[in-house]
Design a protein around this ligand. Structure first.
Ligand code: SF4
Length: 249
Protein backbone atom coordinates (compact mmCIF):
# COMPACT_ATOMS: atom_id res chain seq x y z
CA UNK A 1 0.00 0.00 0.00
CA UNK A 2 1.03 3.61 -0.43
CA UNK A 3 1.50 6.39 2.09
CA UNK A 4 1.82 10.16 1.83
CA UNK A 5 5.39 11.05 2.69
CA UNK A 6 6.66 14.58 3.29
CA UNK A 7 10.36 13.63 3.19
CA UNK A 8 13.00 11.21 4.43
CA UNK A 9 16.27 11.77 6.25
CA UNK A 10 18.99 9.16 5.74
CA UNK A 11 21.08 9.71 8.84
CA UNK A 12 18.94 11.03 11.69
CA UNK A 13 20.58 11.16 15.11
CA UNK A 14 17.93 12.83 17.30
CA UNK A 15 14.85 10.73 16.62
CA UNK A 16 15.58 7.59 18.62
CA UNK A 17 18.64 5.50 19.47
CA UNK A 18 21.61 5.30 17.08
CA UNK A 19 21.72 6.46 13.50
CA UNK A 20 18.27 6.19 11.92
CA UNK A 21 16.38 6.37 8.68
CA UNK A 22 13.70 8.94 9.49
CA UNK A 23 10.43 9.06 7.55
CA UNK A 24 8.32 12.20 7.85
CA UNK A 25 4.70 11.38 7.03
CA UNK A 26 2.40 14.05 5.69
CA UNK A 27 -0.67 15.28 7.59
CA UNK A 28 -1.31 16.56 11.11
CA UNK A 29 -4.54 17.64 12.85
CA UNK A 30 -2.69 19.62 15.52
CA UNK A 31 -1.69 23.26 15.12
CA UNK A 32 1.07 23.66 17.69
CA UNK A 33 2.02 27.31 17.83
CA UNK A 34 5.71 26.45 17.83
CA UNK A 35 5.50 23.82 15.07
CA UNK A 36 8.56 24.11 12.86
CA UNK A 37 7.08 21.86 10.16
CA UNK A 38 3.84 23.57 9.07
CA UNK A 39 4.53 22.19 5.60
CA UNK A 40 3.62 18.71 6.97
CA UNK A 41 0.10 19.72 8.09
CA UNK A 42 -1.84 19.16 4.87
CA UNK A 43 -3.38 15.68 4.52
CA UNK A 44 -3.16 13.56 1.37
CA UNK A 45 -0.31 15.51 -0.21
CA UNK A 46 3.45 15.04 -0.47
CA UNK A 47 5.09 12.09 -2.25
CA UNK A 48 3.16 8.89 -2.70
CA UNK A 49 5.47 6.07 -1.58
CA UNK A 50 5.05 2.36 -1.03
CA UNK A 51 6.16 0.74 2.23
CA UNK A 52 8.44 -1.54 0.17
CA UNK A 53 10.20 1.42 -1.45
CA UNK A 54 10.93 2.95 1.96
CA UNK A 55 12.34 -0.32 3.28
CA UNK A 56 14.46 -0.55 0.11
CA UNK A 57 15.73 3.00 0.76
CA UNK A 58 16.67 1.94 4.32
CA UNK A 59 18.45 -1.14 3.02
CA UNK A 60 20.66 0.87 0.68
CA UNK A 61 22.39 2.37 3.74
CA UNK A 62 21.74 -0.37 6.27
CA UNK A 63 25.41 -0.74 7.22
CA UNK A 64 25.12 2.68 8.90
CA UNK A 65 22.07 1.74 10.98
CA UNK A 66 23.70 -1.04 13.06
CA UNK A 67 22.55 0.40 16.40
CA UNK A 68 19.69 2.43 14.97
CA UNK A 69 16.71 1.63 12.79
CA UNK A 70 13.67 3.35 11.34
CA UNK A 71 11.78 6.23 12.92
CA UNK A 72 8.44 7.36 11.54
CA UNK A 73 7.42 10.87 12.46
CA UNK A 74 5.49 13.71 10.83
CA UNK A 75 3.24 15.53 10.73
CA UNK A 76 1.33 13.04 12.81
CA UNK A 77 2.36 9.54 11.77
CA UNK A 78 -0.69 7.85 13.36
CA UNK A 79 -2.97 9.61 10.86
CA UNK A 80 -1.78 6.92 8.40
CA UNK A 81 -2.07 3.91 10.69
CA UNK A 82 -2.79 1.37 7.93
CA UNK A 83 0.36 2.41 6.11
CA UNK A 84 2.35 2.32 9.35
CA UNK A 85 1.12 -1.22 10.03
CA UNK A 86 2.40 -2.39 6.67
CA UNK A 87 5.69 -0.52 6.99
CA UNK A 88 6.45 -1.83 10.49
CA UNK A 89 5.37 -5.37 9.54
CA UNK A 90 7.95 -5.32 6.74
CA UNK A 91 10.55 -3.74 9.03
CA UNK A 92 10.10 -6.35 11.78
CA UNK A 93 10.37 -9.18 9.23
CA UNK A 94 13.83 -7.80 8.48
CA UNK A 95 14.73 -7.35 12.15
CA UNK A 96 14.78 -3.54 11.95
CA UNK A 97 14.33 -1.52 15.17
CA UNK A 98 11.11 0.52 14.84
CA UNK A 99 10.37 3.84 16.51
CA UNK A 100 7.17 5.86 16.25
CA UNK A 101 7.34 9.58 17.02
CA UNK A 102 3.83 10.83 17.81
CA UNK A 103 1.79 13.42 19.68
CA UNK A 104 -0.80 10.74 20.55
CA UNK A 105 -3.60 13.02 19.34
CA UNK A 106 -5.45 10.29 17.44
CA UNK A 107 -6.07 8.12 20.52
CA UNK A 108 -9.51 7.74 22.09
CA UNK A 109 -10.18 5.30 24.94
CA UNK A 110 -12.52 2.37 24.43
CA UNK A 111 -13.27 -0.37 21.92
CA UNK A 112 -12.85 0.67 18.31
CA UNK A 113 -11.45 -0.71 15.09
CA UNK A 114 -8.81 2.05 15.25
CA UNK A 115 -7.69 0.87 18.69
CA UNK A 116 -7.46 -2.73 17.46
CA UNK A 117 -5.12 -1.49 14.72
CA UNK A 118 -3.17 0.43 17.34
CA UNK A 119 -2.83 -2.75 19.44
CA UNK A 120 -1.42 -4.53 16.39
CA UNK A 121 0.92 -1.62 15.64
CA UNK A 122 2.26 -1.59 19.19
CA UNK A 123 3.21 -5.27 18.80
CA UNK A 124 5.49 -4.09 15.97
CA UNK A 125 6.85 -0.95 17.67
CA UNK A 126 10.05 -1.11 19.70
CA UNK A 127 9.92 2.46 20.97
CA UNK A 128 7.46 5.35 21.06
CA UNK A 129 8.68 8.93 21.28
CA UNK A 130 5.73 10.76 22.80
CA UNK A 131 5.58 14.55 22.56
CA UNK A 132 3.63 15.94 25.48
CA UNK A 133 3.10 19.56 24.52
CA UNK A 134 1.37 20.93 27.63
CA UNK A 135 0.19 19.15 30.79
CA UNK A 136 -2.74 21.51 31.45
CA UNK A 137 -5.87 20.76 29.36
CA UNK A 138 -6.71 24.44 28.78
CA UNK A 139 -3.09 25.38 28.14
CA UNK A 140 -2.84 22.48 25.70
CA UNK A 141 -5.89 23.71 23.84
CA UNK A 142 -4.46 27.21 23.52
CA UNK A 143 -1.05 25.90 22.41
CA UNK A 144 -2.19 23.20 19.97
CA UNK A 145 -5.89 23.72 19.25
CA UNK A 146 -6.77 20.42 20.97
CA UNK A 147 -7.53 19.04 24.42
CA UNK A 148 -4.90 16.71 25.92
CA UNK A 149 -7.22 14.10 27.53
CA UNK A 150 -6.70 11.58 24.70
CA UNK A 151 -2.94 12.17 24.73
CA UNK A 152 -2.60 11.49 28.44
CA UNK A 153 -4.85 8.43 28.01
CA UNK A 154 -2.52 7.31 25.20
CA UNK A 155 0.45 7.61 27.58
CA UNK A 156 -1.39 5.35 30.08
CA UNK A 157 -2.31 2.94 27.28
CA UNK A 158 1.38 2.63 26.29
CA UNK A 159 2.22 1.91 29.92
CA UNK A 160 -0.41 -0.86 30.07
CA UNK A 161 1.05 -2.32 26.88
CA UNK A 162 4.61 -2.11 28.27
CA UNK A 163 5.79 -0.13 25.25
CA UNK A 164 9.03 1.73 26.08
CA UNK A 165 8.55 5.49 25.79
CA UNK A 166 10.83 8.48 25.42
CA UNK A 167 8.95 11.61 26.39
CA UNK A 168 9.67 14.94 24.71
CA UNK A 169 8.62 18.33 26.00
CA UNK A 170 9.41 21.73 24.52
CA UNK A 171 10.08 24.66 26.84
CA UNK A 172 8.42 27.80 25.50
CA UNK A 173 9.07 30.90 27.61
CA UNK A 174 5.84 32.15 29.20
CA UNK A 175 3.86 29.14 27.94
CA UNK A 176 5.32 25.84 29.18
CA UNK A 177 8.12 26.96 31.51
CA UNK A 178 6.06 27.56 34.67
CA UNK A 179 7.59 25.41 37.48
CA UNK A 180 4.10 24.40 38.66
CA UNK A 181 3.26 23.04 35.21
CA UNK A 182 6.60 21.27 34.98
CA UNK A 183 6.00 19.61 38.35
CA UNK A 184 2.54 18.52 37.21
CA UNK A 185 4.08 16.98 34.11
CA UNK A 186 6.70 15.19 36.21
CA UNK A 187 4.05 13.92 38.64
CA UNK A 188 2.00 12.56 35.73
CA UNK A 189 5.02 10.83 34.21
CA UNK A 190 5.79 9.39 37.64
CA UNK A 191 2.55 7.39 37.47
CA UNK A 192 3.93 5.57 34.39
CA UNK A 193 6.43 2.72 34.60
CA UNK A 194 7.54 2.68 30.95
CA UNK A 195 9.32 6.05 30.63
CA UNK A 196 12.88 5.30 29.53
CA UNK A 197 14.07 8.82 28.74
CA UNK A 198 13.00 12.44 28.93
CA UNK A 199 14.08 15.01 26.35
CA UNK A 200 13.39 18.59 27.34
CA UNK A 201 14.05 20.85 24.38
CA UNK A 202 14.39 24.62 24.21
CA UNK A 203 11.87 26.36 21.92
CA UNK A 204 13.57 27.68 18.77
CA UNK A 205 12.43 29.85 15.89
CA UNK A 206 14.02 27.99 12.99
CA UNK A 207 10.61 27.29 11.45
CA UNK A 208 9.60 30.95 11.08
CA UNK A 209 10.75 31.17 7.44
CA UNK A 210 8.45 28.28 6.49
CA UNK A 211 5.45 30.23 7.82
CA UNK A 212 6.47 33.20 5.68
CA UNK A 213 6.79 30.94 2.62
CA UNK A 214 3.34 29.42 3.29
CA UNK A 215 1.80 32.84 3.93
CA UNK A 216 0.72 31.89 7.48
CA UNK A 217 1.04 34.32 10.39
CA UNK A 218 3.61 33.03 12.88
CA UNK A 219 1.64 32.57 16.12
CA UNK A 220 4.53 33.06 18.56
CA UNK A 221 5.84 36.32 17.14
CA UNK A 222 7.82 38.10 19.84
CA UNK A 223 8.41 35.00 22.01
CA UNK A 224 12.14 34.64 22.54
CA UNK A 225 13.79 31.23 22.01
CA UNK A 226 14.52 29.34 25.22
CA UNK A 227 18.11 28.65 26.22
CA UNK A 228 19.71 25.26 26.80
CA UNK A 229 20.08 26.28 30.44
CA UNK A 230 16.32 26.95 30.74
CA UNK A 231 15.62 23.51 29.28
CA UNK A 232 18.08 21.93 31.70
CA UNK A 233 16.46 23.65 34.70
CA UNK A 234 13.02 22.61 33.48
CA UNK A 235 14.17 19.01 33.12
CA UNK A 236 15.41 19.05 36.72
CA UNK A 237 12.01 20.30 37.93
CA UNK A 238 10.17 17.62 35.94
CA UNK A 239 12.46 14.86 37.18
CA UNK A 240 12.22 15.97 40.81
CA UNK A 241 8.43 15.56 40.66
CA UNK A 242 8.79 12.35 38.65
CA UNK A 243 11.03 10.68 41.23
CA UNK A 244 8.90 11.93 44.11
CA UNK A 245 6.00 9.94 42.68
CA UNK A 246 8.09 6.94 41.61
CA UNK A 247 9.58 6.62 45.08
CA UNK A 248 6.19 7.20 46.71
CA UNK A 249 7.34 10.25 48.67
S1 SF4 B 1 2.06 17.71 16.32
FE1 SF4 B 1 4.06 18.09 15.40
S2 SF4 B 1 3.68 18.40 13.21
FE2 SF4 B 1 1.71 18.57 14.25
S3 SF4 B 1 1.47 20.77 14.60
FE3 SF4 B 1 2.39 19.90 16.44
S4 SF4 B 1 4.61 20.12 16.18
FE4 SF4 B 1 3.63 20.39 14.15
Amino acid sequence: MNGYVHSTESFGTVDGPGVRFVIFLQGCPMRCKYCHNPDTWKMNSGSVRSAQSLIAEYERNKAFYKNGGITVTGGEALMQIDFLLELFTLAKKKGIHTCLDTSGITYREGESSYNRKLDALMELTDLVMLDIKHIDPEGHKVLTGHDNAGILAFARYLDEKNVPVWVRHVIVPGITDDPGLLSRLGAFLGTLSNVKALDVLPYHIMGVRKYEELGIDYPLKGVEPATKQQALEAKKTILTAYWRVRKGK
